[in-house]
Write a protein that binds this ligand. Structure first.
Ligand SMILES: [Zn+2]
Ligand SMILES: [Zn+2]
Length: 144
């Protein structure tokens, strides 16, 4: 009943539980990296992306991904920002859209924006919901 996938990172086969496309051990390593970046930024506020990458030996791409997930924010006093708004291209610190576009999206598509927001608010929580739904669907299928 469980779905098996190849880890996109290490290629190992693992049981897919509705999380990302990587296996639990890679996810664990990712989580460790995330914590290291977070702690480093906490101790060294205003660090540049390259500095964090060099100090922690974590790729810039990976740190950018953490930023994109909206879980991290690099607060640079000089205003250096590393991400671009996916809608207008303006520099932003975290997430996918700048404040203006987020507001536009919210007024245009109120329900979608709030859904997106709740996804951004808690990635792990939504993963939990996806798992529940998956199991529920499986149960339904059995009954039919
Ligand atoms: Zn893996
Ligand atoms: Zn924008």
């Amino acid at each position: 009943m469980s779905e098996v996938r190849n880890c996109r990172k290490c290629g190992k086969i693992f049981t897919y539980l509705g999380g990302g496309p990587i296996c639990p051990s890679c996810k664990q390593a990712d989580e460790e990296d995330f914590k290291r970046v977070r702690d480093y930024l906490y101790d060294h506020p205003g660090s540049s992306l390259n500095q964090v990458s060099l100090e922690l030996d974590i790729s810039v791409e990976k740190i950018k991904r953490f930023l994109k997930d909206g879980r991290l924010e690099i607060t640079d006093e000089e205003g250096n920002m590393f991400l671009e708004c996916e809608s207008c291209g303006k520099s932003i610190k975290s997430g996918r859209y700048c404040v203006n576009c987020e507001r536009d999206l919210a007024s245009n598509l109120k329900s979608t924006a709030s859904q997106m927001k709740s996804v951004l608010d808690s990635v792990s929580e939504s993963a939990g919901k996806a798992i529940e739904m998956r199991y529920l669907n499986k149960e339904d299928q059995k009954k039919i």
